[in-house]
Design a protein around this ligand. Structure first.
Ligand SMILES: Nc1ncnc2c1ncn2[C@@H]1O[C@H](COP(=O)(O)OP(=O)(O)OP(=O)(O)O)[C@@H](O)[C@H]1O
Ligand SMILES: [Mg+2]
Length: 377
């Protein structure tokens, strides 16, 4: 997949910007606050139907305006083009998403159709933050591979919300101990079992992709490892029903605690994806450069994982790729990225590219200034 053209109208600080991308490296160069990341965010709207960081749609509308529009031409590896358009109006709030002028049945059905891999400073928390950040990473990767997984995830969240509401009522004394919790518990375990199974398999497969990616970025003997730690332990071959059974048992064991605390304590929403380097916890002990290198490895791994399962090269969106990296690692990473698919890279410094990339129709440079895009001289 490549994005060949994009148009942003009244999107963030862009009044009307048009870019024709090359099929290789596309570098968006500019000082801080000029509107580089905003362009990646616009691509994320076309691919994921929303911002890649937790920004609300209304904040993306240019201040003083009522509507934003983003339109892009996506070309599949087989050559089939699709015109994708997102428009959002603030009042009344309405988002319109079309592919070749047709609205998809639901926005969730679009996820994975135009695969992207996004690296941004916000994602730094994948390696350093709370377990929720790593669950989000797993979920987004798996959602782009399997719409069944995404449907399960959406369903699980709905069940969890309902069940937590009931438990909160129980705690507040608004519902007796006989509140109809059981059907929700059954559903939670059933869907939860499927999610845990899929994630266990993912972690086992994905870990070797990360190991390979890491060793292609750094010479040395650091070996990363990913380990999925579901709160309901399940062997690698466990079937969803088995996991659901184990989940139910744990929920029943912790029933009193759940009622006292007013929330669901067992399930994939409490799981952890543990990251280690040579057996040592990344979260606790890794240096900034190691964090960043591991994060880039996760993204390189995600690229190949998605490519193999979707038979389509994801578009790489690399925000501030080089921050926190020394010159040698930056060069190495650039060399690896150069062999992948189409990449759109934001940077404040051109230095890492100098002498490494020849600018032509495949590899292009743009300068961004006050929300205006110029082909770089
Ligand atoms: N809704 C909006 N309307 C108008 N301007 C906005 C809106 N949202 C953000 N901006 C402006 O967009 C600019 C930030 O753009 P962006 O995040 O793309 O910068 P950047 O070039 O990536 O900078 P950095 O190098 O610091 O990451 C800021 O000047 C901000 O004020
Ligand atoms: Mg930025």
């Amino acid at each position: 997949m490549v994005i060949s053209d994009i148009m942003l109208r009244n999107f963030r600080n862009h009044v009307e910007s048009r870019i024709t991308f090359g099929e290789g490296l596309n570098v968006l160069l500019g000082d801080n606050g000029q509107g580089k990341t905003n362009i990646l965010e616009a691509v994320s709207y076309l691919s994921l139907t929303k911002s890649f960081y937790a920004a609300s749609d209304s904040h993306a509308v240019r201040l003083g305006e009522g509507i934003f529009e983003v339109e892009g031409e996506m070309v599949a590896d087989g050559g089939t083009p699709s015109t994708v358009r997102v428009a959002y109006q603030k009042d009344p709030p309405e988002k319109t998403f079309t592919i070749n002028n047709v609205r998809p049945d639901s926005l969730s059905r679009v996820i994975g159709r135009f695969p992207v891999v996004i690296l941004s400073p916000e994602h730094g928390s994948i390696t350093s933050g709370a377990p929720a950040e790593r669950r989000r990473f797993m979920d987004l990767t798996l959602s782009q591979v399997s719409s069944v997984y995404l449907d399960d995830l959406i369903e699980y969240r709905r069940i969890l919300r309902q069940r937590n509401r009931l438990l909160a009522d129980v705690r507040a004394g608004q519902a007796g101990a006989a509140a109809p919790l059981e059907p929700w518990t059954m559903n939670l375990a059933q869907v939860g079992g499927r999610i845990i199974q899929r994630r266990s398999r993912f972690a086992a497969e994905f870990s070797s992709y990360v190991g390979w990616a890491y060793s292609s970025l750094v010479q040395g003997d650091e070996v990363p490892l990913l380990k999925y730690l579901p709160c309901t332990p399940a062997g690698p071959g466990a079937e969803p029903e088995e996991i659901a059974g184990a989940m139910l048992q744990q929920i029943h064991e912790r029933a009193a605690e759940e009622r006292r605390r007013g929330t669901s304590l067992v399930g994939p929403h409490r799981d952890e994806l543990q990251l280690s380097l040579n057996g040592t916890s990344v979260q606790r002990y890794a240096s900034q450069g190691q964090h960043k290198t591991l994060l880039v490895s996760l993204k390189v791994a995600e690229f190949y994982y998605l490519r193999e399962r979707r038979n389509e090269d994801p578009i790489l969106l690399l925000d501030d790729l080089f921050s926190e990296l020394d010159a040698q690692r930056s060069r190495r990473i650039l060399a690896v990225v150069g062999t992948m698919g189409q990449a759109i890279i934001t940077t404040t410094e051109e230095t890492p590219f100098q002498g490494e990339v020849h600018w032509n129709t495949r590899h292009r440079r743009f300068t961004i200034e006050h929300g205006t895009v110029y082909p770089a001289a």
